[in-house]
Design a protein around this ligand. Structure first.
Ligand code: HEM
Length: 490
């Protein structure tokens, strides 16, 4: 009896040990993993950033972790990130293809999660071309953004002397700017399309940051039976159905060769490349639209929210921006993006907001496209890469004031704007944010126009500001209220 129990115990023990993940030869070091779970228990599920920072102090800028049985390499600090994303760009430019978010889009990827391949390249090129076609670098895009700013001004004017919660307001601006490009129209916040897209992203965000998603990505055999995951798939399908209907409506009124917006341009492209290039197909249009809307909305609105949180609670910085804005725009109706050259202080504040927000803290997961090396370590093809952008944004040695909100991080002794090489909130290399130009234009025009017209005040009864954001694909400030007063400009 004793020997049977001992034998069973030994069998169980060696089976579990067999499941203990092993690091390949010369793989970056890291904490010892548990069988099946890997290092999951060592990471705070609500916000792993502090744990990633702690591991960096123990193992260095490049270390490895096991997300369940899956090995992942975490890259921290500017030097290592530059080597991976810029110097060895093609080796690190893939995206994993077997995770929850990939399965959501099935075989019809848009651009963000697409692997480093022809389809991705063509859709990235097309996206950049669309931003130009619809006015980036010209006054046309400024006009589009100003339409949205006017709606924001109207909302703020209704709240003069009162307090308001700004989250929907900024979300609306960011969403409508990209909607103008995609659909050629703007939508009110309670519009069915916008509500479904917002609710889908909120739900998928909750699932993607939660334990079910970790389990899904770590233990594939349980995938089919996870109820919250099945619900997320249903939500995603419902969202695609609504966007498909909107696309169908636009198709009815389309005149080939006379594009009004991105959807028309995509359909024209489809006609042009018919048969020759299968990467453009109607079934890819819907996920592509959803990708662009997703990428452009929470990122920009969370950065704006964080910016106004800091501007209210650092009133001397707000005032200094306003003085500069008044001076440069004297006699002008509105700011143009070109005015930024004469506003080094305001520009430094916007850069500092992007640095302190760490908007997309862990970038989007990358994947190695071949066996490669990083900082002397060997990394096999098909390894999950976590680019810790947050680690660069307060990296000592890269910033004059890494741990405080201080526009001097971007100003030299003469008060001119300087942009340290480590300023990479949009990442770097071939997968770098496609919408950086649009985001920079939006942030500048929105902040300058609102600061020129209004004074933003932290309400007396709001208590101490809480600067610690909620972790997610994009960092979201905790809800807050703002008090608004009209400024008396000349
Ligand atoms: C403050 C605003 C924004 C920030 C901080 C931001 C940041 C980022 C980051 C860190 C990535 C991942 C890059 C990588 O994987 O290495 C990314 C990807 C991307 N972003 Fe943005 N983004 C912003 C706004 C926008 C806007 C307005 C658009 C609109 C078109 C956009 C479109 C995209 C797309 C399509 C990708 C995927 C690129 C690819 O995989 O090739 N982003 N963004």
């Amino acid at each position: 009896m004793f020997f049977t129990v001992l034998l069973l115990f030994l069998c169980f023990f060696f089976t579990i040990l067999h499941f203990k993940p092993q690091r390949p030869k010369n793989f970056p070091p890291g904490p010892p993993p548990l069988p099946i779970l890997g290092n999951l228990l060592q990471l705070n599920k609500d916000n792993p950033l502090k744990d990633l920072d702690r591991l960096k102090r123990t193992y260095g800028d490049v270390y490895s972790l096991f997300i369940g049985p899956r090995p992942a390499v975490v890259i921290n600090g500017f030097k290592a990130i530059k080597e991976a994303m810029v110097i060895k760009a093609a080796d690190f430019a893939g995206r994993p293809q077997d995770m929850f978010l990939n399965d959501l889009s099935k075989e019809q990827a848009g651009v963000i999660l697409e692997d480093y391949n022809h389809h991705w390249k063509e859709h990235r090129r097309f996206g950049l071309k669309m931003l130009k076609t619809f006015g980036l670098g010209k006054s046309q895009m400024e006009d589009t953004i100003y339409v949205e700013i006017q709606h924001t001004i109207d909302a703020l004017e209704k709240s003069i002397g009162k307090t308001l919660s700004p989250d929907h307001m900024f979300h609306n601006v960011a969403s409508n700017v990209i909607c103008q490009i995609i659909f050629g129209t703007r939508y009110e916040y309670d519009n069915k399309l916008i509500r479904i897209i917002i609710e889908t992203f909120a739900e998928l965000g909750r699932v993607a940051n939660g334990p079910w998603c970790v389990l899904y990505d770590s233990v594939p055999m349980f995938r089919k039976i996870m109820l919250p995951i099945r619900k997320a798939f249903k939500t995603s399908e419902a969202c695609k159905d609504v966007v498909t209907c909107v696309v169908a409506e636009h198709k009815k009124r389309r005149v080939p060769g006379e594009p009004r917006h991105l959807i028309d341009c995509y359909l024209d492209e489809l006609q042009k490349t018919k048969g020759e290039d299968p990467s453009f197909s109607e079934k890819h249009l819907v996920p592509y639209i959803i990708d662009l809307h997703f990428a452009a909305t929470d990122t920009t609105s969370n950065t704006l929210l964080t910016g106004f949180l800091y501007l209210m609670t650092y009133p001397h910085i707000q005032e200094q921006c306003q003085q500069e804005i008044d001076q440069v725009l004297e006699g002008k109706d509105r700011a143009s993006f070109g005015d930024r050259i004469n506003m080094p202080y305001t520009q430094a504040v916007i850069h500092e907001v992007l640095r302190i927000t760490k908007t997309v803290p862990l970038s989007v997961y990358h994947y190695t496209t071949k066996d490669t090396e990083l900082m002397g370590y060997s990394i096999p093809k098909g390894t999950l890469i976590i680019e810790n952008l947050a680690s660069v944004m307060n990296e000592e040695g890269q910033w004059k004031f890494p741990h405080e909100f201080n526009p001097k991080n971007f100003l030299n002794d003469q008060g001119a704007l300087v942009q340290p090489e480590a300023f990479i909130p949009f990442s770097a290399g071939p997968r770098k944010c496609l919408g950086e130009g649009l985001a920079r234009m939006e942030l500048f025009l929105i902040m300058v126009t609102l600061l020129r017209k209004f004074k933003f005040i932290w309400p007396e009864d709001a208590g101490e500001p809480d600067y610690i954001p909620q972790f997610g694909i994009s960092m979201t400030p905790k809800p807050f209220r703002m008090k608004v007063e009209l400024r008396l400009t000349k």
